[in-house]
Design a protein around this ligand. Sequence first.
Ligand SMILES: [Zn+2]
Ligand SMILES: [Zn+2]
Length: 143
Amino acid sequence: MINKLKALNTLYQSCHQHGMRITPQRTTVYAALTEADDHPTAEAVYKRVRKKMPNISYDTVNRTLLSFVEIGVLKMVQSRGSAKRFDPELEQHHHFQCLKCNRIIDFKYENYNQLKLPPHLPKGTRVLDKKVVLEGICENCRG
Ligand SMILES: [Zn+2]
Ligand SMILES: [Zn+2]
C-alpha cells in the first residue's frame, strides 16, 4: 500500500512540473487509484469516482488516467485482459497475476530487482525497469 500523503505530493509536484492544472476531478481520480490495491481498469476507476462525483464522465476519467501515465505518476500495467490497468506504486515491485480472476497482487523482492540482464539484448535498447510477473491462482480462486 502506498503512502497517500506522499502520493498526493508527488501528484502536485508532477502536475506543476508539466504545467498541468490540479483540479478536483484530477485529485479525486488519483485518490481513487491510491486507495486501490487491485490495479483497476479505467472502467473500475470510473465506477469508484462516480460515487463521489456523479457528473464526471468516463471519458474524463480515462483521459485523466492516461495523462497521469504521461507525467509519470501512474504506471500502465501489462495484463492478460485487453483493458489497460493502472498502478500507482512507482517503486520497483513485481506482480503476481491470477489466471482465473486476473487479479494483480504487488510484491517486492530484492533478488528480482537485482536480476542479471541477458548478454544479448536487441541492439540499441536500454533497460529502464525490471518487472517479474508470476502467474498462478490466487487465494480466493483456490477455495
Ligand atoms: Zn483469482
Ligand atoms: Zn503493481
